[in-house]
Design a protein around this ligand. Structure first.
Ligand code: NAD
Length: 387
C-alpha cells in the first residue's frame, strides 16, 4: 500500500488514476509522496518517509528543491500539461488586439437606456473595427510546449509563422508544422512580424530580453503578447513605445501597476492556465509520474533529479539510490552488492547538476543490511528498495 498526502486540493480527475493500492492520508507523516499546487513548502519539516513531491503545475518556487534533493526527495512538475490553455489565451489575445472587441462590449454595456440601440450600434461600429489575423506574420520566441501549439494553431488560422528557439527539443521539432519558418536570427522576427509572442522561461539570460533596442527594430504598429513572465520584457521601455503608437498593443497575462496604467495594454489576471482542463491535465500527469516513481523508481519531469527510465522491473529486485554527482560512486555500489553476493542484472546512472540517481536491477533479493551499507557510503542521500 502507498500513501499520498495532498497539501492543496488536487483535481479528482487526476486522483482517480491512483489504483486501490494507493490511499490518501491527512497526515503527512504517514505519506510516501506529496501532491502540491501553490502551498509554500519552504518552512516545512518534511518527514523522512516522503520520497517524492509532485507539483501539479509548472512553477516550483514554492518548493525547496536543493534541500529536497539532499534529503533524497525527488520533486516533479508537469511541464506542458497546461500548454493548450495558454495557447488558447494567446489566440484570444491576438484577436482582442486586432479589433476593439472589449471597447465595443464596454460601450454597449452603458447603452441599456438607449432606444433604437441597433441603429446606433450600426453607426458606431467603425470605431471598434480592426484587422484580421489571417495573412499576417506571427513571430514566436521559444518553441517549447506552448510555443509549438501556438505556432501550429496560428498556421491553421492562416498566419505566416516565424519561430525562434536555439535550444528546441527533438520532440518539439517533430510536433512543429512544416510550414513554419524556423529561423536562427531573432532580429528577423523583430523586423518582419506583425505579432510577436514570447514563450521562454524566465532565467538570467532571458530577463528583459525584449528591451528598447529590440522594440526599436520592430515594425510600426506591432502587437506584442506576453503570456510567459512580465520580467522578460522591459516594460518601462515598452510603455514609451505604446504611448507613441510604435507598438499598437501589449497583451500581457501579468498585472502590475505599470501595465495596468499604460495605454494600449490589455492585461489579464494570469488566466493562461486557469482552465478546468489544465488543472485536470496537471493532476493526471503528476499522479502518473508519482506512480511510476513509487512503483518502478523511474523519474520523468523532475526538477531536482535527472530523468531516468528503465521501465518496469522484470528481475527479482530493484534498488534506487539518490546521491551526489561525484566520482567513484558506482564502483562503491557495485562493490557493496558484489561483496554481499548480489548479482546486478541491469544498471542505469544519470546525473543533473550536483545530483545523480542510480537504478540497479538485481537477480537476488537485497538484504536490509546491504541497503544500510549502501546508505552509509559518503555522498548517498537515500537508498530505496523499490522491489
Ligand atoms: N500564463 C500562464 O498561465 C503560464 C502557464 C504556463 C507557463 N507559462 C510560462 O510560459 C513559459 C513557457 O512554457 P512552456 O511550457 O512552453 O515551456 P517549455 O520549457 O516547454 O518551453 C520553453 C522553450 O523556450 C526555449 N528557450 C529558452 N531560452 C530561450 C531563448 N533565449 N530564446 C528562445 N527560446 C528559448 C527553450 O528551448 C524551450 O523550448 C514558462 O516558462 C512559464 O513562464 C505561463
Amino acid at each position: 500500500m502507498y500513501r499520498y498526502h495532498c497539501l492543496n486540493p488536487i483535481s479528482g480527475v487526476g486522483l482517480e488514476h491512483f489504483p486501490a493500492k494507493y490511499e490518501s492520508t491527512d497526515n503527512i507523516s504517514d505519506a510516501d509522496a506529496v501532491l502540491v499546487r501553490s502551498a509554500n513548502m519552504h518552512e516545512m519539516d518534511l518527514p523522512k518517509n516522503v520520497v517524492a513531491i509532485a507539483r501539479a503545475g509548472a512553477g516550483v518556487n514554492n518548493i525547496p528543491l536543493e534541500e529536497c534533493a539532499k534529503d533524497g526527495v525527488v520533486v516533479f512538475n508537469t511541464p506542458g500539461a497546461n500548454a493548450n490553455g495558454v495557447k488558447e489565451m494567446v489566440i484570444a489575445g491576438m484577436l482582442l488586439a486586432s479589433r476593439d472587441i472589449v471597447g465595443g462590449i464596454e460601450w454597449l454595456e452603458h447603452q441599456d437606456a438607449t432606444e433604437d440601440i441597433g441603429k446606433l450600434a450600426e453607426k458606431k461600429k467603425k470605431q471598434f473595427a480592426g484587422c484580421e489575423i489571417s495573412g499576417r506574420k506571427l513571430g514566436i520566441i521559444g518553441l517549447g510546449a506552448i510555443g509549438v501549439k501556438v505556432a501550429n494553431a496560428a498556421v491553421h488560422l492562416g498566419m505566416e509563422v516565424y519561430g525562434y528557439d536555439p535550444f528546441i527539443s527533438v520532440d518539439a521539432a517533430w510536433n512543429l508544422s512544416r510550414s513554419i519558418h524556423h529561423i536562427n536570427d531573432l532580429n528577423v522576427i523583430y523586423k518582419e512580424c506583425d505579432y510577436i509572442t514570447i514563450h521562454v522561461p524566465l532565467i538570467e539570460s532571458t530577463r528583459k530580453m525584449i528591451g528598447a533596442d529590440e522594440i526599436a527594430q520592430m515594425k510600426e504598429g506591432v502587437v506584442l503578447l506576453n503570456f510567459a513572465r512580465d520580467l522578460l520584457v522591459d516594460e518601462e521601455a515598452l510603455a514609451e513605445a505604446l504611448k507613441e503608437g510604435k507598438v499598437k498593443k501589449y497583451v500581457t497575462d501579468f498585472a502590475n501597476p505599470l501595465v495596468t496604467s499604460t495605454p494600449n495594454t490589455l492585461v489579464t489576471p494570469h488566466l493562461g492556465a486557469s482552465t478546468e482542463e489544465s488543472e485536470d491535465n496537471c493532476a493526471v500527469m503528476a499522479v502518473k509520474q508519482l506512480m511510476d516513481f513509487l512503483e518502478n523508481g523511474n523519474i520523468k519531469n523532475s526538477v531536482n533529479y535527472p530523468d531516468c527510465d528503465t521501465g518496469a522491473c522484470v528481475d527479482v529486485g530493484r534498488v534506487a539510490i539518490n546521491h551526489k554527482n561525484i566520482p567513484n560512486m558506482i564502483s562503491q555500489f557495485t562493490r557493496v552488492l558484489g561483496d554481499a553476493g548480489v548479482n546486478i542484472s541491469n544498471m542505469t546512472n544519470k546525473s543533473k547538476g550536483d545530483f545523480a540517481y542510480t537504478l540497479l536491477d538485481v537477480s537476488t533479493p537485497i538484504p536490509r543490511e546491504v541497503a544500510k551499507e549502501l546508505k552509509n557510503i559518503h555522498g548517498v542521500y537515500r537508498v530505496r528498495i523499490v522491489k
